[in-house]
Design a binder for this molecule. Sequence first.
Ligand SMILES: *Cc1c(COP(=O)(O)O)cnc(C)c1O
Length: 353
Amino acid sequence: MNYPALKINLTKLENNTRLLVEKCAPYGISISAVTKVFCGMTEVAEAVVKGGAAILADSRVENLKKLRNFNLPKMLLRIPMLSQIDEVLEYADISLNSEYKVIEALSNAAVKKGKIHDIILMVDLGDLREGVWADDAVEYAGKILQLKGVNLKGIGTNLTCYGAIIPQEDNLSKLEEIANMITQKYGIKLSIISGGNSSSLYMVEEGRIPKAINNLRLGESIVLGNETAYGKRIEGTYNDCFTLCAEIIELKEKPSVPIGEIGVDAFGNRPTFVDRGIRKRGILAVGKQDVRIDGLTPIDSDIIILGASSDHMIIDITDSTKEYTIGDIIEFTLDYGALLSTSTSNYVKKVIE
Ligand SMILES: *Cc1c(COP(=O)(O)O)cnc(C)c1O
């Protein structure tokens, strides 16, 4: 095996997906499995499909393109770029939208291709990322309904992303109200009411999710087993579907405080050091070009991460009960940011288990 490597356990990932699919099914909620944190890798997506995802969702058209051979609807999560309309129509069956100009461009291009593209109109319920203002949503829907090349498939919202706003009855029930108003005013039924991401799951667990919501777009809860409104673990899920493996290239006893005048490090920061005396230290062949170091947790909990530069990570192994030697592999679990960065790095081999 080559290192650094991201080991991916497909069985665990499939189990996480199935557990969440089964949690939501009694409420009539289907799951759009979000593949962006693993860059839409097809072998990995296959596990979430086996686990029962109804839709594959990603923020990047490039990733949806990789997923084109799966026989499930593909959903584009990020509002389409005007410069990418043709690719969106080619690789996404459904896109989340909030700009009339973009929706009109999708419609015009779809008409030319003899296609109808499905639209989810995003409503901003206070998180202040994407979405039309709730008061404007019904009128917006009316304008979309005039367009020949798009179908208003549903409405949706996204919370706990920019503003870290937690989904509650008062904001999520607004989505239900808007759906009802659209149905009344225009006499159409919306088939998708997409009530957010992994931060909405706790409302499902507590049986408080508004009835009309019939879809959630889940990323972090599937890949890491985290509920993201309050940051709790979801019982029965694995947090180690993905592990980062890095190789020891130096092991020496050294002082814990550098010797000489302290300036700035390779990234322009002025470091500080805890004096623990002489310690057993290791260098791993992995660095900031491979992964967001702050988001790593050593599986051997007696290891301390001291820091990293582009290509070297320094660890303190003094307290470990294991006898490490050169060439040994140290494993880490990852948080969302670390997983995103390491999936994206070309230098990290992706190894399917
Ligand atoms: C990334 C993303 C999600 C998934 O969020 P998680 O917190 O990982 O579940 C859902 N919806 C949109 C619009 C996204 O961009």
